[in-house]
Design a binder for this molecule. Structure first.
Ligand SMILES: Nc1nc2c(ncn2[C@@H]2O[C@H](COP(=O)(O)OP(=O)(O)OP(=O)(O)O)[C@@H](O)[C@H]2O)c(=O)[nH]1
Length: 573
């Protein structure tokens, strides 16, 4: 607080000191105003850029939801077709006929059916056990499953991110696309027998979550992530339970690869931003990373916690509690979380704050350019004004003819000296100087010559002053000196020296004539007495009057008896 008061005092003093300080203050205020005005559009533009980015994220999320919706749509269509097929058995497809008439009578794979029937080998069937042992119900169900192959084909063509499309019977067999021979299946899985593989598959979520005990409402569902038993990496299945009236028969399902998701996010990358997909709500403990730009879990390695992944990859501090649907700060990044509609996943977008700022600045470039231009213009005009004001100030304190200080400047300085004297008790003296019989110079040589003498007289006395003293022309042929720190004795000595030098100096006119002059001096000193400046001035003036009265060319000191301090006697001209 005291320092604030001190600052205020300095400012008040400076401002009282003149217009340049006022101009400087105006300039600083304008700069602050410009900064404020620039900040407004910057903040608004930043909001606009963030809103625009949020819309891009929503569009991306929507695109992802649409792809997931396609998966859902494919599976739901197949569930309907499967249930219709079970209710009103279609005439068995040619594939079923071929399967039943295979020469070996044992296998149920489609490897051996005539090539013409498998021209478009969409998928294969994996039915453990001997064909002859197949019940009539299983045969009907298998015929129905084989009739789904054209739909598998359409689904794979429309949704390339699908790893598998299949019908899996609760009786432990399956019809799956795309094509995979039974030998390849067993080799990929590493299991010795088809029945062993099918038993293990039946333990997976895609079938168990459809069972009536766990899913009495017959809802379709997404499974949690799991590793593909046939080596296609991480999968997530969408499955729909298939019923024949009240009897659960199996599931129609499709498996989505995470590889596709990473590729999907990668295609939207740019500007140092990161897209991440978490397999739960973002703040859920243990939420895993499903996909990220520049990340591929297709190999089936363990999926990291998505927050750890983000922290390590982007060198971020511990994650804050994140809210969906709003921008938040996370380290040097801005983060936005958009939950997906079709799966309980969260799409997370992380963008470096500097990228947003760069975008804002690039959009504001014209405004900033204009502002800088205006500031430059104002600075130029301000500088010119400053110069003009300083010149005015100089003129206001300078005598036009002689170039020395004028009456106003003299009294201003004298008042400061008087204040110092009052505060510190330091003495100072005033000398009043009047050229003797100056009228004769005008009368004899003309007014112009008089002017020249006044100039030379001023230049002479100015050159004899100390740097801390002040010489001024009060008007006409009357001058004054302010002797800082000089007591009466010192002032008298100075006055006598000046008086002597003036009387010994020849002033040369433009025509070459030499003019000799004398001057009279009145001295008054502020020492211990508490005189006002006006009283001091009057005392000096009286002393000068006494010097004139006593015959001129002399020094009289106020408060002392007329001593007739004649410097040098001699004619005035
Ligand atoms: N050339 C010139 N003369 C000036 C100027 N200002 C005042 N004067 C003249 O200075 C003269 C002053 O005359 P006075 O007041 O009679 O005094 P003085 O002739 O110096 O006589 P004392 O002061 O009594 O010694 C007048 O003639 C004024 O015209 C000026 O700026 N230029």
């Amino acid at each position: 607080m005291p320092s604030l008061l001190a600052l205020f005092r300095v400012l008040r003093h400076r401002l009282a000191g003149g217009a340049p300080w006022l101009a400087l203050l105006a300039w600083v205020l304008l700069l602050a105003l410009a900064a404020f005005l620039a900040w407004q559009p910057f903040a608004a533009q930043r909001r606009a850029v963030l809103a625009e980015t949020r819309d891009r994220i929503a569009a991306r999320r929507h695109a992802l939801d649409t792809r997931l919706w396609e998966v859902i749509y494919q599976v739901e269509s197949q569930r309907r077709a499967a249930e219709n097929g079970l209710a009103q058995p279609p005439s068995p497809p040619a594939l079923m006929h071929a399967l039943k008439t295979l020469p070996d009578g044992k296998s149920t794979g489609l490897e051996a059916v005539p090539p013409a029937l498998l021209a478009a080998r969409v998928g294969n069937v994996f039915v453990p056990g001997r064909r002859e042992a197949m019940s009539a119900a299983t045969e009907r169900e298998l015929a129905m499953a084989l009739s789904l192959f054209p739909m598998h084909k359409a689904a794979l063509a429309a949704t390339p991110e699908l790893a598998w499309v299949y019908y899996h019977s609760v009786d432990g067999w399956c019809a799956a696309s795309p094509w995979l021979s039974q030998r390849q299946l067993l080799a990929e899985n590493g299991s010795g027998s088809l029945s062993g593989f099918m038993k293990a598959a039946a333990d997976l979520d895609f079938l168990k979550m459809g069972m009536p005990a766990r899913n009495p409402q017959r809802r379709s569902y997404w499974t949690p992530l799991y590793r593909d038993p046939v080596g296609k990496g991480w999968l997530m299945s969408y499955a729909a339970p298939v019923y024949e009236k009240q009897r659960f028969r199996g599931v129609a399902a499709a498996d989505l690869t995470l590889h596709f998701l990473s590729a999907f996010l990668e295609s939207a990358r740019g500007d140092g931003a990161q897209w991440l997909l978490a397999d739960r709500s973002v703040n859920a403990p243990g939420a895993r990373l499903v996909a990220a730009s520049r990340f591929n879990a297709a190999g089936g390695e363990a999926l990291p916690d998505w927050r750890d992944f983000a922290r390590q990859r982007l060198d971020l501090p511990a994650a804050p509690g994140l809210k969906a649907g709003q921008w938040q700060e996370w380290g040097d990044y801005q983060v936005y979380v958009d939950p997906l509609d079709r799966v309980p996943w969260s799409l997370v977008y992380l963008v470096p704050a500097r990228v947003i700022d760069r975008q804002v600045l690039s959009q504001l470039r014209p405004v900033i350019g204009l502002l800088v231009l205006l500031l430059l213009l104002f600075t130029l005009v301000g500088a010119k004004l400053w110069q003009a004001v300083r010149e005015l100030q100089r003129r206001a304190s300078t005598d036009g003819l002689t170039g020395v200080s004028n009456r106003r400047a003299f009294f201003e300085t004298a008042r400061r000296e008087q204040a110092r004297h009052t505060r510190l008790g330091q003495p100072f003296s005033l000398l009043m100087i009047d050229i003797d019989h100056f009228k004769q110079v005008n009368d004899l040589f003309g007014h112009a010559a008089g002017d020249r003498v006044l100039k030379e007289f001023s230049a002479l006395l100015c050159s004899l002053m100390r740097a801390e003293d002040l010489f001024a022309r009060l008007g006409g042929e009357e001058f004054a000196c302010l002797l800082c720190g000089s007591d009466a004795e010192q002032a008298r000595e100075v006055a006598e020296r000046l008086c002597r030098i003036v009387s010994r100096t020849a002033f040369i006119l433009s025509g070459g004539q030499r003019v000799s002059l004398t001057a009279s001096f009145g001295v008054a000193t502020a020492e211990s007495s508490r005189l006002s400046l006006e009283e001091l001035y009057q005392n000096a003036d009286h002393a000068l009057y006494r010097a004139k009265e006593a015959g001129r060319n002399r020094v009289e000191v106020a408060g002392t008896p007329s001593a007739g301090h004649l410097a040098v006697a001699g004619p005035p001209i």
